[in-house]
Write a protein that binds this ligand. Structure first.
Ligand SMILES: *Cc1c(COP(=O)(O)O)cnc(C)c1O
Length: 446
């Protein structure tokens, strides 16, 4: 008989429980969780709640992981996941490009010093203002999403002008964590389809516009994809289209953009996309498919958003009430669907934990809810938290860096939370809390 030695665990948080937290997360004393060298309870005390905390080193390290995994590719951070001026600087300093989809994202980046030539503009319905600003600021590439955009863009560029463009192709692949975030299939609003010939038709029209230089094809399959396979299928279909374009038009496209959508774990034990495997297998598939088609290998571009910033963020809430009704215990916090609409939108599940004090060892099954006027305002349903949880306690929700603040709303006029960066033991305010004065100042009529 062999003896199995259990690893010695000194605190209530095992390594596994911290697996979805930033690498800097430590628990020097039970319940006393520290990120970026700063105790989360101190952040809450100093900046108030709800508050988003962002670990700068974690963001930078994730940018570097991409650069190392894809040394020959252009990695563009998808701004819509989360954007502020500090984030723009970090992404720039780490050598990533930027994927934007509005005049607002574009202008914030350019006025923060981000080089416009390293930016790509997306959007299924770009406004005249989006296009005018992109051209004026000199954005690197504009991704054409529909045939009607071609003549509009060509006219805006003018006969003497020049603009690099890509075209967003629908490869006909169903992948992604939820129906609402699948964008590679035929029945959704983005891109032009290969199967019905729209993509080929649109490309022929782009080639007729001398001021538009088509540099490559783009596709984005969806979000929260945890398997490499859909990306390999996308590579084969895109190279197939490139081969047909080469035959028909003698066209050689130097770039191929595979979009983002790389899945992350929101709760311990959940699957995430293996970036090293993705890089190796996409590279192999692309090389092989191009060789078989007699094409030179285009430069790869990728656009991760969530996987760069999601796991670097934490949302901190204060517990306001604990209510027992029938079989349920509801723990209500001072935020909710206005600072995180994702559970209501896609049924996403989070794993909040108590921070700032050691909770009782016995656990109770509770549902953590927000403060908003809807029954669907749920932060986390049916999770186990210390049974002695009470008003005044702090709850921390890991993996809150992506699609939280960027999707936050003005619901119930509670004001959007601030963003605080933590780094080597220091906490600094990046984005201040939205105040009633902010809300009042926009309200100019009577
Ligand atoms: C949203 C989006 C991304 C990023 O998606 P993630 O799931 O955050 O990686 C990349 N490219 C395009 C075109 C997008 O719309």
């Amino acid at each position: 008989m062999t003896t199995v030695h259990e690893p010695h665990v000194t605190t209530t948080a095992s390594a596994d429980a911290l697996s979805v937290w930033p690498a800097s997360a430590t628990e020097p004393r039970p319940g006393d969780l520290t990120v970026g060298g700063v105790p989360l309870a101190e952040v809450a005390e100093h900046f108030g709640t709800p508050v988003y905390v962002l670990d700068e080193a974690e963001v930078r390290e994730r940018c570097r992981t991409y650069r190392h995994a894809f040394p020959d590719a252009e990695v563009l951070y998808a701004a819509k996941a989360f954007l502020c001026r500090a984030m723009i600087h970090w992404v720039d300093e780490e050598g990533l490009g930027l994927d934007v989809c509005s005049a607002g994202e574009l202008e914030l980046a350019v006025t923060s010093g981000f080089p416009p030539e390293r930016m790509v503009l997306h959007g299924n319905a770009k406004t005249p203002h989006d296009l005018e600003l992109a051209l004026r600021l000199g954005v690197g590439r504009i991704v054409i999403d529909s045939p009607s955009e071609i003549a509009r863009l060509a006219a805006a560029v003018g006969p003497e002008g020049h603009q690099k463009v890509m075209v967003r192709v629908v490869p006909g692949i169903g992948a992604g964590g939820h129906q609402k975030i699948r964008t590679g299939t035929e029945d959704q609003k983005f891109g032009v389809s290969v199967s019905d010939g729209y993509a080929q038709h649109a490309i022929a029209r782009i080639l007729d516009q001398p001021q538009l230089e088509l540099t490559g094809l783009h596709c984005h399959l969806g979000s929260q994809i945890t398997s490499v396979k859909p990306y390999l299928t996308a590579v084969r279909r895109m190279v197939g289209l490139m081969a047909r374009l080469h035959e028909q038009h003698g066209l050689v496209l130097p770039e191929l953009d595979l979009g983002g959508g790389h899945g992350i774990a929101y709760r311990p034990g959940e699957r995430r996309l293996d970036l090293t495997a993705l890089a190796c297998r996409v590279h192999a598939e692309l090389t092989q498919a191009c060789a078989a088609a007699g094409l030179s290998v285009p430069r790869l571009m990728i656009e991760p958003g969530r996987a760069v910033v999601g796991p670097a963020g934490i949302a901190l809430y204060r517990v306001l009430t604990v209510k027992h009704t029938g079989d349920h215990t509801f723990v209500a916090v001072d935020g909710g669907m206005s600072d995180n609409p994702r559970p209501a939108l896609y049924g996403v599940r989070y794993a909040p934990r108590l921070v700032g004090r050691e909770g009782s060892a016995d656990l109770a099954r509770v549902t953590v809810v927000g403060r908003h006027c809807e029954a669907g305002d749920i932060v986390a349903a049916d999770i186990d938290l210390p049974a002695d949880l009470r008003p005044g306690d702090l709850l921390a929700v890991p993996v809150a860096g992506a699609y939280h603040l960027s999707m936050a709303s003005g619901y119930n006029l509670v004001g959007r939370p601030p963003v605080v960066a933590v780094h080597v033991g220091r906490a600094r305010l990046l984005v201040r809390r939205e105040s009633l004065d902010d809300i009042r100042s926009r309200d100019v009529g009577l």
